[in-house]
Design a binder for this molecule. Structure first.
Ligand code: TXA
Ligand code: MG
Length: 340
């Protein structure tokens, strides 16, 4: 199958929307990462997503909508807190978990009685959903296990020959997948940190807690709140470890390694202090830039041809928590802390 990469003209958006309405799967831009979209109301179309991505059947998909009204057709018993968050942060990089309506098949929710819903802010995503005339189920458009795609080129390199079209909407503004939250009587639980930060959530609702799997590795067999938390993610083939240390100590540590081939994932400007091959993921003090660059950087890690790659530790404040969470997963939750 030839995979067309299309610029987002009105005709191309209509063309891809027609493919989606006819049950095809296509790569689409969003403000977070590229999505692999299909008609969320067609069981056959949704099944194709799992096949194309090689996604485990027990990992449910996010359903993308383009108006607040659609929410009430896809979900039931919507809590007050969910409405407040939707009104404040939609359209935008927030996904909310709700009790699903009968309109959605068990395939899209991987058998759960809840559904993840998001109203993206990217104009091309909104136009595609509107033109397709159906909500779109879309996981990140990478092969399962590899870093999420933040450019159309990433999607093409993972999925060429497997899908008929990708709309190229440029580099994604955020670069990390949406913030995912669920609700219960006590408040809101953060399942995946992203551009809608804990502080932003707390400005709107009370009692925001962070799910265990965000900062700690969860037992594969354990039942978890979000199935996505248990799957290994974003991993280059090369072994990676986070090193929690200021630059000078990081540099002495990596420069002293001689018994294996070592690479580094560092901040901009660090390169001059280390004598091993490295990749930068942006300014040490700028989580926004780190979020934009991290997944591209992780895609390049294997090109260092190292036995092990040591990564500098990002800040965990604001969007930094999302950056740290993705890097932790890429590193299999391995962190070395160097003390003075
Ligand atoms: O930014 C994003 O959210 C991107 C773009 C394309 O919108 N999509 C994305 O989808 O990241 P995906 O499939 O890669 O991640 C969806 C996450 C997974 O961790 C999944 O387990 C969780 O959401 N999820 C989906 N449905 C759920 C549910 N009913 N309950 C709990 N977690 C759910
Ligand atoms: Mg994903």
């Amino acid at each position: 199958m030839e995979t067309k990469v299309l610029v987002p003209t009105h005709e191309n958006i209509q063309y891809v929307a027609n493919l989606l309405a006819d049950g095809d799967v296509c790569g689409i831009p969003t403000e977070t990462v590229y999505g692999l979209a299909a008609n969320a109301l067609s069981e056959d179309a949704v099944k194709k997503i799992f096949t194309v991505k090689g996604r485990p059947q027990d990992n449910p998909l996010i359903v993308h909508i383009c108006s607040l009204d659609t929410l009430d057709t896809l979900a039931v018993d919507i809590p007050h807190n969910a409405r407040k968050l939707a009104e404040n942060f939609w359209p935008g990089p927030l996904t909310i978990i709700l009790k699903k309506s009968d309109k959605l098949s068990a395939t899209v929710t991987a058998g759960l009685d809840t559904v993840a819903i998001r109203y993206p802010s990217h104009p091309v995503a909104q136009q595609l959903i509107a033109a397709a005339g159906v909500p779109l189920a879309a996981p990140s458009a990478n092969l399962s296990g590899s870093p999420s795609p933040t450019t159309a080129t990433h999607v093409y390199s993972d999925l060429k020959g497997r899908i008929s079209a990708i709309i190229d909407g440029g580099a994604c503004e955020v670069g990390l997948e949406s913030t995912v939250v669920k609700f219960d009587d006590d408040g809101v639980t953060l399942l995946r940190p992203g551009a809608i930060t804990i502080d932003m959530l707390q400005d709107v609702v009370n009692n925001v807690t962070v799910a265990d799997g965000v900062l700690n590795q969860i037992d594969e067999k354990e039942t978890v709140l979000s199935p996505g938390l248990k799957h290994t993610h974003y991993s280059p083939k090369t072994k990676m470890v986070i090193v929690d240390a200021p630059l000078a100590q990081f540099a002495s540590f990596v420069n002293a390694q001689t018994d294996q081939i070592v690479g580094a994932l560092v901040f901009e400007g660090d390169e001059v202090h280390i004598n091993i091959p490295s990749i930068s993921y942006g300014n040490e003090r700028d989580s926004t830039i780190q979020a934009k660059l991290l997944f591209s950087a992780l895609r390049e890690v294997d090109e260092l041809n190292a036995d092990i790659v040591y990564a500098r530790m990002p800040s965990q404040k604001g969007l930094g928590l999302g950056v740290y969470n993705r890097l932790l997963r890429a590193c299999g939750f391995e962190v070395i802390t160097l003390t003075t």
